[in-house]
Structures are given as structure tokens and as C-alpha cells.
Ligand binder design. Structure first.
Ligand code: RBV
Length: 422
């Protein structure tokens, strides 16, 4: 029996097409690993619950885990990123899904609980909400050892788990898949980087000649800065980290405090992982230029102070799909993308399938690794083994038809030794 609550089962055919399109662009996850998993069944008898953006790419991860023998449950990691056609198709394929686009906070947690009630053995989270809920409300699953280990997909989630671990509150073995090189150097940089497109989709604007303020200069935001410049924008970076600020400066961007950037910005895009990048005060709001586009690409909707902006606005008018015009008391208008939620997921379809292929290949291999090593995993933050990370790299290169060199024994010894010098 399939357990589910989705928006509209009649969308299944459309969802199948979306899954098919993604599948063809995910050769590692949806072909190489899925074929092997189908033969070897490494996840037989295991229940896996994923709290992820329920997209055509995540759907393909779910299919691969199922091919490996797992019973799969999915719920959304963001109320606005669920693709309702995909959920309908997945349910038809026997995947348990509790997710629909636009669910309320209460419904969001209800969906998480429905997945946890299935007594999963592995949790794959994106942002930590499911694993934190397991700690708070499903302690038995942890104490009894039902949950063997967990995997986290995104930077924000990893930060939350490090904070939990520091306070001695992390009670399960946790793999920060986000920190693997095949994840953050590609998904974060190229996937979020291409999120610039969400501002273009949002307002159909020309980037050339605009002042585009990028807040943050980590993996995600540096990718965005590069792409905004490529489109001809004058890019301004705001940072709090001196090293990242220097990197931005030496990459040729203007660097300045946000309060100085606000009056000149035509577009402001945040990806810092921190709250209130624009301070939630009238004084700050009044610095904004008429017509500015505000978009967030970080995990939560608090980077741009959405709640306070809504309170301050005299009128809120939806003007395009997932774009609202907020008119301030003095008549100034600002354009808010995706209600301050991950514009890269909400306004476009999420990160491209080619990139998610690597992230989800890691998630698939890590699920297999957890099952194989279940008796030796200790609670706390662990690391994705380097050989699994390398393996995904090699498989992706192979799928792309790219060959690389191999070290000779002499070369290997040279870079691992110290004897040979001047
Ligand atoms: N992300 N998933 C998708 N197409 O399914 N797109 C982006 C997708 C993930 C990405 O790995 C990132 O770390 C996370 O969403 C942010 O919540």
C-alpha cells in the first residue's frame, strides 16, 4: 500500500514526462547507480525518508533508492518548491509522498511527521527540519536504533547540526553530504549561481547596466556574482567574512556594507545563510531604490526580512507568478521574489538535473554505505568518505565522455614524499 497526500493525482502523466526529462540528464544517479542497485538490492528491508525539494530530480533519487530495495517516503523541505505533477507520478510508482505546493507551516510539519511515523532507518534532510523533529518528537526512533544514520543536503542544515553537536544534542550519526566536493563545488556554485535566472524570470529584466548586489560570497553567492557580471551587471558584493570579502574584491567586484549598497541597487540577491541581511527597520527599507528587485536564494525566508517588509508595505499586489509588488507608505515600490523563499527553486525549477545528478549520486551511495557500515557508526558529525566523493567524480566524467590522466608510481611517490627537492 502506498501512503500519500498530494495535490492532484490527475497530474501524473505530466509528472512522468518531467521525471523522464530529468532522468536523461542524470546518467550517474538514474542509470549507472540505478542499474547496479536494481541488481544488487543494497537497500533491501530499509526505509528511507527524504525531506527534500520534491522536484523531478529528487523524484529520480527516490526511484534509484527504491530500485535498490528501499521503501521510500518523501516530504517537501520548502512549502513552495514541490512540483505537484512529480508527486502525482511518484505515488503511481509506489513511492510514499506527503507534499504539495503551497502547504502551510502546520501542514509542512504534518508531512514530516507522516514520514517519521513510517519508522525510517535513514533520513535524508535538506535544511535539518526533519532530523530536528525526529530529535524533538520521535525520540524512540533514535533510542531504539531504528534510525541508523542521517544525511544532510544543504549548507544551512549542516550548520544547524554542527550547532546541535556543540551543545551535545546530536544523537545520531550524521553525514553532511553538502560538504562533499562533488556536492558543494558544483551544486552550490553552479546550481545556485544559475539562480540569477530567477530574477530574470521574475521580472523579465535586462541585467546589462544594472547594479546587482549579491549578499554573501560563499560557494552559492560567488557563482551568482560571476553570472551576473557575465550578463553585464555592475556587481556589488556585501560580506561579513574578511577573507571572502577579499576574494570578492580581488575577483574585481565592488565590496561595501549593505547600508551603502541599498540606495544604488537595482537587484539584491541574498545567499548568506544568515537572517536579516537587510536589517528589518524602516530606516533601511527607506534606503531602497524605487523598483528594486529583492530575491533570496538561501535556505530560509529570513535573509530578506519578508515578514517586516509585508508589515511595512501599504499595498501588496501579486504581479507575476511568484512575484509581488510591495508599495511603501511613501509610494516607493519594491518587487519581492518567491515571498523571500529560495527564488532559485520557486521561480525556476530548482538546480539543473545535470548538477543534481552528482548530489544525488552521493546521497544514493551514502545510503548504501550507511547500510553496509551500520554496526560501526557512532552518533555525531561524520564525513563522507573521500573514495565515495572521488567515485562520483569519476562516474560523472565517464558519463560525460571525459578522460583524465592517471599518476605513474613515480609521480605518486613524488607528490606524497619530501625527499626530491632542488
Ligand atoms: N536543490 N535541489 C534541487 N532540483 O531538486 N535544486 C536545489 C532540485 C537542493 C540543493 O542541493 C541545495 O543544497 C538545497 O536544495 C537548498 O535547499
Amino acid at each position: 500500500m502506498v501512503n500519500y497526500k498530494v495535490a492532484d493525482e490527475s497530474l501524473a502523466e505530466k509528472g512522468k514526462e518531467a521525471l523522464y526529462i530529468a532522468e536523461n540528464k542524470m546518467p550517474v544517479t538514474a542509470k549507472v547507480l540505478r542499474d547496479r542497485f536494481a541488481k544488487e538490492k543494497p537497500l533491501e528491508g530499509i526505509t528511507i525518508a527524504g525531506c527534500l525539494h520534491v522536484t523531478k530530480e529528487t523524484g529520480n533519487l527516490a526511484r534509484t533508492l527504491k530500485a535498490g530495495g528501499a521503501e521510500v517516503y518523501l516530504c517537501g523541505s520548502n512549502p513552495l518548491s514541490t512540483q505537484d505533477d512529480v508527486t502525482a507520478a511518484l505515488v503511481q510508482e509506489g513511492i510514499n509522498v506527503f507534499a504539495w505546493h503551497g502547504n502551510t507551516d502546520e501542514e509542512f510539519y504534518w508531512c514530516i511527521r507522516e514520514c517519521l511515523k513510517a519508522k525510517p532507518n535513514i533520513l535524508i534532510d535538506d535544511g535539518a527540519d526533519m532530523i530536528v523533529t525526529a530529535h524533538q518528537e520521535f525520540e524512540d526512533l533514535i533510542k531504539s536504533g531504528t534510525i541508523i544514520a542521517c544525511q544532510e543536503e544543504t549548507t544551512t542544515g549542516v550548520k544547524r547540526f554542527r550547532a546541535m553537536e556543540k551543545q551535545g544534542k546530536l544523537k545520531i550519526p550524521l553525514f553532511p553530504v553538502n560538504d562533499a566536493r562533488c556536492k558543494n563545488q558544483f551544486d552550490n556554485e553552479l546550481g545556485t549561481g544559475q539562480g540569477i535566472v530567477s530574477a530574470i524570470y521574475g521580472m523579465h529584466i535586462l541585467f546589462a547596466g544594472k547594479v546587482c548586489v549579491i549578499s554573501g560570497y560563499g560557494h552559492c553567492s560567488s557563482g551568482m556574482a560571476l553570472r551576473a557580471r557575465g550578463l553585464g551587471a555592475n556587481v556589488v558584493v556585501t560580506e561579513v567574512d574578511p577573507i571572502k570579502a577579499l576574494q570578492a574584491k580581488f575577483a574585481g567586484y565592488q565590496v561595501m556594507p549593505i547600508a551603502e549598497a541599498l540606495p544604488i541597487a537595482d537587484i539584491i540577491l541574498t545567499a548568506t545563510g544568515c537572517k536579516h541581511v537587510i536589517a528589518p527597520t524602516k530606516e533601511m527599507f527607506n534606503k531602497l531604490k524605487d523598483g528594486v528587485i529583492l530575491g533570496n536564494l538561501g535556505h530560509f525566508d529570513i535573509e530578506i526580512p519578508t515578514k517586516e517588509l509585508y508589515e511595512y508595505a501599504k499595498w501588496i499586489k501579486p504581479i507575476r507568478s511568484n512575484v509581488e509588488e510591495l508599495t511603501f507608505p511613501d509610494g516607493k515600490r519594491v518587487y519581492l521574489l518567491a515571498k523571500g523563499r529560495l527564488a532559485n527553486l520557486v521561480l525556476s525549477e530548482g538546480h539543473p538535473s545535470e548538477i543534481m545528478d552528482m548530489s544525488f549520486a552521493l546521497q544514493s551511495l551514502m545510503s548504501e554505505y550507511i547500510v553496509k557500515n551500520k554496526d560501526s557508526l557512532k552518533p555525531g558529525m561524520l564525513e563522507v568518505p573521500t573514495d565515495i566523493d572521488d567515485k562520483v567524480g569519476f562516474l560523472k566524467l565517464k558519463a560525460m565522455g571525459v578522460e583524465i590522466d592517471t599518476l605513474t608510481t613515480e609521480q605518486y611517490n613524488y607528490i606524497h614524499g619530501y625527499e626530491e627537492g632542488t
